[in-house]
Design a protein around this ligand. Sequence first.
Ligand SMILES: CCCCCCCCCCCCC/C=C/C(=O)SCCNC(=O)CCNC(=O)[C@H](O)C(C)(C)COP(=O)(O)OP(=O)(O)OC[C@H]1O[C@@H](n2cnc3c(N)ncnc32)[C@H](O)[C@@H]1OP(=O)(O)O
Length: 240
Amino acid sequence: MLGLFFSAGMCSLERFGSILVLRLTGETEHRFSPALCSQLRQHIATAAASDARALVTTNDGKYFSNGLDLEWTKPEPQTRVPYILRELERLVLDLLKLNMPTYAAICGHAAAGGLLFAMAHDHRIMRKDRGFLYSAAVDINFVLPPGSSALLRAKMAPKVFKDMILQGVKYTGIMANEVGLVDSLQEDSAATLKEALDQASKFVERPWEKAAYAGLRLSMYPELIERLERESSSGGFITV
Ligand SMILES: CCCCCCCCCCCCC/C=C/C(=O)SCCNC(=O)CCNC(=O)[C@H](O)C(C)(C)COP(=O)(O)OP(=O)(O)OC[C@H]1O[C@@H](n2cnc3c(N)ncnc32)[C@H](O)[C@@H]1OP(=O)(O)O
């Protein structure tokens, strides 16, 4: 069944059978602004309330997401940076709590907050020829919000985490696959999305229950969830 649930300008949610495709739309950097975070959270809430059984997140253009919309923070960085960080961590928490498997079909750069968003998915499929997984932290003199740091630490080997954050290594798809940051590589964007859909369509046929799947994921990262819950309900983490 093909059905376009929502298209709110910056992202869309479309259904293919039991699978929902959340798409970061347009040839932009898909920077996390309050509006984009809000739309993505609405789509994830729609997914959670639906009878769908998998979510695939992908992107148009050459950026999965290039991170926070720092332009938006410029007028009042002291208040806006913590605010948008908290919105991003709330979005990430929604993903971690979602009652279905999540697949990131990474068809471009996933930098800083975009890296966090990609790593918050259960599975990652990436193009081999375009796009970096890159934290940008050391290059933009930002410290890691504790919740974000905890998520990255939970999702990658210690040496990769160190190289990613302190060396600012830009992991191509091939490099990312070698160190386990992604689960598989594909030739181009179409093949990347197709592989994610193929993996999801196989898994949705198994008899797992949605609430149990969500509980299983939460049981994998109890400390992370607790920290993100605490941080995203606070006034936001001051980084500047
Ligand atoms: C509190 C903040 C913490 C910040 C640190 C975050 C750490 C992460 C976890 C925490 C997250 C929460 C907090 C989030 C904060 C933020 O998000 S703040 C915002 C930060 N964002 C950024 O600083 C943006 C970073 N992005 C970039 O520096 C660049 O966009 C890029 C990713 C390096 C891509 O470069 P760009 O010029 O934009 O794009 P391209 O032209 O496509 O690529 C450049 C060249 O690279 C070649 N290339 C592309 N892909 C590949 C590949 N796979 N293999 C080989 N080569 C590739 C491409 O062809 C280009 O080459 P040339 O044409 O020869 O230049």
